[in-house]
Design a protein around this ligand. Structure first.
Ligand SMILES: C[S@@+](CC[C@H](N)C(=O)[O-])C[C@H]1O[C@@H](n2cnc3c(N)ncnc32)[C@H](O)[C@@H]1O
Length: 273
């Protein structure tokens, strides 16, 4: 039986007002509720708690805001403690879902990225968060070194803790704005796991790239802009920094973020002219 159907049977609420999906982070479930469903949040929360015996807390996501991607969360059933341990791709992440966002939509992306890493690479993760990309890569590949940059002190605290929890030695966490961080070396691969407005960070990405390297460019675009706008932005910035785009390895929609608007990723290879 679907989650939605099960919830309708348990709450007596009409199917059309109920959410069809949820996000599980550790032993916490996060759901989005609108209109009538938001009014019945306690009833829905208790029903979700009954549905999953291993779940301790149910939270309603009210939004994600700002450059730190800070979530707005309300506990609607169960234990009030919003900190948990989440397991993914053989790694463990300590996270407080009320303080830091964890995107389920990016799960496949994280796996896809792990599969592309070659031994001995140096990587710069420009928007490391709590280590979603960096830790998964360090744990599952033979990468040489990862510089994981994060601007939000709260995320950075979790990033450092998660590096330790996973017993990783080759990630250097750096607190700061990726645009002003000074590094001793350049990277074979740059991860730009942030949006919107990621194009404003391309200049930094090229200044951190070796003479030949790969950029994983995430951003948000309207359907009508795909794929000409992001490709134009990549080519223009590459040229300004003396690079040429030699190959687009992947270009894909990761998820829909609004009507006809998508979170996309482009993996592209560049070399110095
Ligand atoms: C979307 S989250 C990271 C998500 C993660 N890469 C993933 O895909 O699951 C983006 C992170 O970038 C951080 N951030 C935003 N602006 C930044 C900047 N200028 N320099 C470094 N980190 C920044 C935010 O605090 C946030 O933790």
């Amino acid at each position: 039986m679907s989650f939605k159907r099960n919830l309708a049977d348990r709450t007596g609420l009409p199917l059309k007002v109920l959410p069809s999906s949820y996000q599980k982070v550790g032993d916490i479930i996060l759901i989005k509720l609108f209109g009538e469903a938001a009014k019945q949040k306690k009833k829905i929360g208790e029903s979700v708690l009954d549905m999953f015996p291993y779940i301790r807390t149910v939270c309603m996501i009210k939004g994600i805001t700002g450059e730190y991607r800070t979530p707005k969360i309300e506990v609607i059933a169960g234990d009030k403690n919003t900190a948990t341990i989440h397991k993914e791709h053989g790694c463990i992440y300590r996270i407080d879902v009320a303080k830091i966002m964890f995107s389920k939509g990016n799960l496949t992306e994280r796996k896809r990225l792990i599969n592309q890493i070659k031994p001995n690479e140096t990587i710069i993760d420009m928007f490391a968060g709590i280590g979603y990309f960096s830790i998964g890569i360090a744990k599952n590949t033979k990468v040489k070194k990862i510089y994981a940059i994060e601007k939000n002190p709260t995320s950075f605290r979790f990033l450092r803790e998660n590096i330790k929890l996973n017993k990783i030695k080759n990630i250097k966490p750096i607190l700061g704005d990726c645009r002003s961080v000074v590094l001793q070396e350049k990277a074979d691969r740059i991860i730009m796991g942030y949006f919107p407005g990621t194009e404003k960070f391309l200049s930094t990405a090229f200044s951190l790239l070796k003479d030949k390297g790969i950029i994983h460019y995430h951003n948000v675009y309207k359907q009508s802009e795909l794929w000409s706008t992001p490709l134009k932005q990549l080519r223009k910035s590459a040229e300004a920094h003396g690079f040429v785009l030699i190959r687009i390895m992947t270009k894909k929609k990761v998820k829909s973020v609004a009507p006809r608007t998508y979170h996309i990723v482009i993996d592209a290879k560049f070399k110095k002219r």
